[in-house]
Design a binder for this molecule. Structure first.
Ligand code: G4P
Length: 537
């Protein structure tokens, strides 16, 4: 007999934690070109979401599923938008959240990372840690997200395995715990030693990597018979790693202090299965999320979730506004009317969708760890909480320290209303931060961003989406610090510094450079200037 969930509310609640237990929600972080899109394809391929590599990536020459939602994006060949890919692998539901590939959008990535339980850090075997990897790693560290490291492109000549793992320790302070160790040098990639079982995992190339690569597990004797001295060297290196304390430690991984490391090749599908297996085995499932007061909301509480991304105009076929929500507790059922915590108003979820690039499908039910796309979510902002029955509010997602500033004005005085609406919307989506001051006036707000490409997005969208063309004038500031309103008078009359108020009420002092900041601090020793989050100073 099928028991209706409505008739037995109790059966729903346990369902939430049971379903949460079989979910893994993660993102891949990497420097552009390290192979994130290829890896996403390869993961989906193993889970049989797609039957042929190429269905995920939006770059030229491949079948585009990840949306190229703006002309600008297409022209540059980069993916600005985030999407969520869901697939089932060995009875586990895997939610892979996409992150923008360009450093200028690291604030977007940061928001996505607020919604995951683990991250895969992808490194290019020839390049190791690159600037964007470092920046994103800092965000993971700040949020204490457990990280699995995948050294990609091992099929090509690259650096030594030991050198790469040492770099993790030396530059990130992240203790490496290799779970596989390559047999042979980068470029001569035939397989890995599975350090936990002692087996040799042998890979066989398939044409173009288009189908999941064949892999066989050989015991040590068979491995020696096949690889001879190369195998002996691999085993010796692995023993040295063990002696130096590089064996797996689950607690250190979950605390974000140590990282399991795998070697592979996304394009050949080598090591991708190990990565998926590892995500299932080691990555934490969703757990009860602390609310704004720090009290965890149990998974079995009524539905709740928070918005980590708001996006408009993702696709010309669907010109609407979409809010991506991560479910944190309870069961989401399409059509339920929930409460928007910041306004106390009801929010109807009739149009809930799973969104992956241009593909949209209706979601009927979702569980902790899942991502729901809410259509026409004009009242929702990044960080907002939605809940059913028992009120809860999750902590706001902090903004990054902006590093670029520009005054924006309507290019057409007759379209001031559209101008205001457009700026307000871009701010709500988190495309830009908006700062104002009495001195500059309401008609000339200052846009503040982490990466200058955000200005281009804002300018483009103001013209094309809101029919409110703008003029932007870059300002000469590079640094922002938070300042208490009572301290603001201390800066009156100082040159090369300006105080503006962000829409959330935070007062920001902008400085032309770090020397100016230092000199202001010297001349006003009592002035408290608080650094903002996670800029890479
Ligand atoms: P991204 O999303 O991180 O920016 O990287 P993407 O997957 O687009 O990969 C960047 C380039 O690296 C691509 O080559 C891709 O084929 C290649 N690549 C990814 N993984 C591997 C790997 O394991 N081994 C090798 N040898 N190459 C890899 P491209 O020439 O820029 O594009 P394409 O024409 O091959 O698609």
């Amino acid at each position: 007999m099928t028991v209706g969930a409505d008739a037995h509310p109790g059966t729903r609640t346990t369902e939430a934690s049971r379903e949460a237990g079989r979910r893994r929600t993660f993102a891949v972080i990497s420097h552009p070109d390290a192979g994130k899109s290829t890896m996403t394809e390869a993961l989906a391929l193993h889970a049989r979401v797609i039957t042929e590599a190429g269905a995920v990536h939006g770059k030229a020459g491949r079948r585009g599923v990840v949306s190229d939602w703006m002309d600008m994006e297409k022209a540059r060949g980069i993916s600005i938008t985030s999407a969520a890919l869901q697939f089932t692998y060995q009875d586990t539901v895997v939610n892979l959240l996409d992150t923008p590939g360009h450093a200028d959008f690291s604030e977007d990535t940061y928001r996505v990372l607020a919604a995951v339980d683990a991250a895969v850090m992808l490194l290019d075997a020839a390049k190791g840690l690159e600037p964007q990897t470092l920046k994103l790693f800092e965000v993971c560290r700040y949020r204490q997200i457990p990280i699995i490291t995948f050294v990609n492109k091992w099929d090509r000549p690259g650096r030594e395995a030991l050198e790469l793992t040492d770099e993790l320790a030396d530059r990130l302070g992240l203790h490496p715990m290799p779970l596989t160790w390559p047999v042979g040098i980068a470029g001569e990639f035939a397989g890995v030693l599975d350090r936990r079982s002692g087996d040799y995992i042998r890979y066989t190339r398939t044409a173009g990597g288009a189908t999941a690569a064949a892999e066989e597990h050989l015991d040590a004797d068979a491995a020696f018979a096949e690889k001879g001295e190369t195998w002996t060297t691999t085993v010796e290196e692995s023993e040295l790693l063990s002696a130096a304390g590089h064996d797996y430690d689950n607690e250190a991984f979950l605390a974000g202090k140590a990282t399991p490391v795998l070697f592979g090749s996304a394009v050949l599908n080598f090591g991708v299965k190990q990565l998926l297996d590892l995500l299932l085995e080691l990555a934490p499932p969703p757990t009860s999320r602390p609310d704004v007061k720090g009290e965890p909301r149990p998974l079995d509480s009524p539905f709740s979730g928070f918005v980590f991304k708001v996006q408009a105009g993702m696709d010309t076929a669907h010109r609407d506004r979409l809010a991506f929500l991560r479910v944190c507790s309870g069961v989401f059922e399409r059509g339920m009317v929930v409460t928007h915590a910041s306004t106390g108003r009801p929010f109807a979820t009739k149009y809930a969708q799973a969104v992956f690039g241009r593909d949209r499908s209706t979601i009927d039910r979702a569980f902790p760890g899942d991502v729901v796309g809410l259509v026409n979510a004009s009242s929702l902002r990044v960080g907002d909480t939605l809940y059913a029955d028992e009120p809860v509010e999750y902590p706001a997602i902090p903004s990054f320290a902006p590093e670029h500033f520009a005054v924006v004005r309507s290019a057409d005085a007759g379209r001031y209303k559209q101008f205001r609406r457009g700026i307000e919307q871009l701010e709500q989506e988190g495309v830009v931060q908006v700062l104002r001051s009495d001195l500059r006036g309401e008609q000339a707000p200052v846009l503040a961003v982490v990466g200058p490409m955000q200005f281009e997005v804002a300018e483009h969208r103001m013209g094309s989406e809101f029919s409110a063309p703008v003029r932007m004038e870059r300002l000469d500031y590079q640094l922002a610090r938070a300042i208490d309103p009572v301290d603001v008078p201390q800066l009156v009359g100082e040159s090369r510094v300006e105080v503006l108020v962000r829409t959330d009420g935070e007062h920001l002092a902008l400085f032309t450079d770090k020397w100016r900041l230092a000199s202001i601090q010297r001349s006003h020793p009592d002035l408290v200037l608080r650094p903002l989050l996670a800029s890479d100073e």
